[in-house]
Design a protein around this ligand. Structure first.
Ligand code: PGA
Length: 240
C-alpha cells in the first residue's frame, strides 16, 4: 500500500504559498518519492492557483471540508463537485476541529458520500478525547465513529481513515508507538485490508520515523509541521 503524507494547512498561508510545491520538490525531487503519495490541503482559495505548481511536482491537492449537497442555498459553503472542478482530488471530512464545532458522524458520512460520488477520496477523521482515553474508551469511541461516519456500502479502497487522538493535535503530545499500534490494529480489523489508515497529531520530523514504521500506519496527516517545507520533506523522508 502506497504511503500518504498529507499536509493539512488549516487556516494558514497566502497566495505566495503556491510556490511551496516547488520548494518541497527542491528538497525531495519527485523522482525520489515515486513510492509515496504527497498531498497538500491548503485553504480552499489556494487550491486553484496551486494546481499547476502541484502538477509539475507530482503533489496531490485536497480540501479541508465540503458540504454534503451538490448545490443550493448554503451561504459560505462549497460542494465536493466544486472542489473537484478546481483541481482537488481529496477532501478531509470530520476533522476534530470541525467535530468540536458541532459536526456529527451522520453529517460526516453524508459529506464523505458526496466526496465519493464525485470520484474524489474522502479522508475521514476519527479520534478520542483525553477524557475518553483516560476512561479506557478509546477503542469504543473510534469504533462508533467509524461505524457511523463511513458511508454504507463505501468501497473501502476509495476511503482513507485518519486516526487523530484529539489530545495530540496541535499540543506537541504524540501518542506513544504502543498506543498507535493498538489503535491502528483495532481500526484495521474494522476497515479491512484495502484502506489506508493515517496517523495524525503532532507528527514532526523527530517522531515521524517511529510513527510511520508502526504496523498498520499507512501515512500521516500533518498540521503544524506541514507549514514548513523542510519539515514536511523530512517527515516524507522518514517513510520506512
Ligand atoms: P498537528 O495537526 O500536526 O498540528 O497536531 C494535525 C491535524 O490536525 O490534522
Amino acid at each position: 500500500m502506497k504511503p500518504l503524507i498529507a499536509a493539512n494547512w488549516k487556516m494558514h498561508g497566502d497566495m505566495s504559498w503556491r510556490d511551496k510545491p516547488a520548494e518541497f520538490d527542491k528538497i525531495i525531487p519527485r523522482a525520489n518519492r515515486q513510492n509515496i503519495d504527497v498531498l497538500i490541503c491548503p485553504p480552499t482559495p489556494f487550491i486553484a492557483p496551486m494546481v499547476l505548481p502541484a502538477k509539475r511536482t507530482d503533489i496531490w491537492l485536497g480540501a479541508q471540508n465540503c458540504h454534503a449537497e451538490q448545490s443550493g442555498a448554503h451561504t459560505g459553503e462549497v460542494s465536493a463537485g466544486m472542489l473537484k472542478s478546481v483541481g482537488a482530488n481529496f477532501v478531509i471530512v470530520g476533522h476534530s476541529e470541525r467535530r468540536a464545532g458541532g459536526e456529527t458522524d451522520a453529517g460526516i458520512a453524508a459529506k464523505a458520500q458526496a466526496v465519493l460520488a464525485e470520484g474524489l477520496t474522502p479522508i475521514i477523521c476519527v479520534g478520542e478525547s483525553l477524557k475518553q482515553r483516560e476512561a479506557g474508551q478509546a477503542n469504543d469511541v473510534v469504533s462508533a465513529q467509524l461505524a457511523a461516519s463511513i458511508p454504507h456500502n463505501a468501497d473501502m479502497k476509495a476511503v482513507i481513515i485518519a486516526y487523530e487522538p484529539i489530545w495530540a493535535i496541535g499540543t506537541g503530545k504524540t501518542a506513544t508507538p504502543a498506543d498507535i499500534k493498538t489503535l491502528h490494529a483495532h481500526i484495521r480489523k474494522i476497515v479491512g485490508r484495502a484502506t489506508r489508515i493515517l496517523y495524525g497529531g503532532s507528527v514532526k520530523p523527530a517522531n515521524a520515523h517511529s510513527i510511520l514504521s508502526t504496523p498498520n500506519v499507512n501515512g500521516a496527516l500533518i498540521g503544524g509541521a506541514s507549514l514548513d517545507m523542510q519539515s514536511l520533506a523530512e517527515i516524507t523522508q522518514a517513510v520506512a
